[in-house]
Design a protein. Structure first.
Length: 298
């Protein structure tokens, strides 16, 4: 599929772009694959990150692919089936581009990532998600979904099989995570004590802070022994094991997507002792942070 040709031929003349933009700029980087057309792999046809200002309006009649659009800042609007949907910061849109749709800016600068993807399995995935409305999910910074999107964005070449496999796996992870989140949201919530959910949210979003069991005991007014026992039963790991797993996962992402030094990555995720950081990283990934970065960026 020639994504540039398909996009330009489907673009309505009513589309508007800021000064200096060309319509095809929205696609970002276009990928060339060496795979056969009938390959079962999921493919990323094009991807890019943009900061849009007024005027911005992209009116697309129909394209034979799917769009992932992650809003980082500002706000956009999706018009489809005569309905307007807000694309607010920290939201992910999954859209079947075979439907006529329009994207407009609402609050500038609208900073967003776009991924045009294709593959036979995606139609089935989308059918599980869609309920006659566009599929828009709230996603948090450093969530598993945003980590996958950043890794996808870091892939610059699809001409070799390993890169194509990596991209296919990441696309699959994004779609399946979205499906699971939707199914979980539609399922009656498990009976988890509110303080346990609050503690997990604290670790998920404020992993760079210092914690101690005594401080947590005082904060939640729950015995630290009970806290450890019930958190482990609810989430499969003790509080600090869960926290360190979260920190090391984020550290792995930062190693691949930033130029931070090893000790800076450790501090960024809340582990200031570099030797301790390296030790925890090795236990998780089986290698040092430096070796991991070198191996994964070859």
């Amino acid at each position: 599929m020639n994504i540039k040709e398909s996009f330009l031929s489907s673009l309505s003349s009513s589309s508007k772009f800021p000064s200096g933009w060309h319509a095809e700029d929205l696609l970002g980087h276009i990928y060339a694959y060496s795979l056969e057309d009938n390959s079962p792999m999921l493919k990323m046809l094009a991807a890019g990150e943009h900061s849009a200002a007024f005027p911005f309006s992209c009116n697309v009649r129909s394209m034979d692919c799917f769009l992932l659009l992650y809003t980082k800042e500002g706000c956009g609007k999706l018009l489809i089936d005569n309905q307007v949907h807000s694309l607010t910061a920290s939201s992910l849109l999954l859209l079947d581009c075979r439907e006529h749709f329009r994207l407009d800016i609402a609050i500038e600068p609208w900073v967003f990532q776009v991924f045009f993807v294709t593959g036979d399995a995606l139609s089935y995935y989308y059918s599980l998600l869609s309920k006659a409305e566009p599929v828009i999910f709230p996603v948090t910074t450093f969530s598993g979904t945003t980590l996958c999107l950043d890794k996808l964005m870091s892939i610059t070449d699809m001409s070799d099989i390993p890169s194509a496999l990596k991209a296919s796996s990441l696309i699959n992870t994004v779609f399946t995570d979205c499906i699971l989140n939707r199914l979980i949201a539609d399922t009656p919530p498990a009976q988890i004590a509110p303080y346990l959910a609050q503690l997990k949210e604290l670790f998920d979003n404020h992993f760079d802070e210092d914690y101690s069991l005594d401080e947590l005991e005082e904060r939640f007014q729950i015995s630290k022994y009970r806290l450890c026992r019930e958190f482990g039963a609810a989430f499969g790991a003790s509080p600090f094991k869960y926290l360190n797993q979260r920190r090391i996962r984020i550290a792995g992402h930062l190693l691949l997507t930033t130029n931070l030094k090893i000790h800076e990555v450790g501090s960024k995720v809340g582990i200031d002792n570099t030797n301790h950081f390296i030790s925890l990283f090795r236990k998780t990934y089986g290698t040092t942070p430096l070796e991991y970065k070198q191996r994964m960026t070859l």
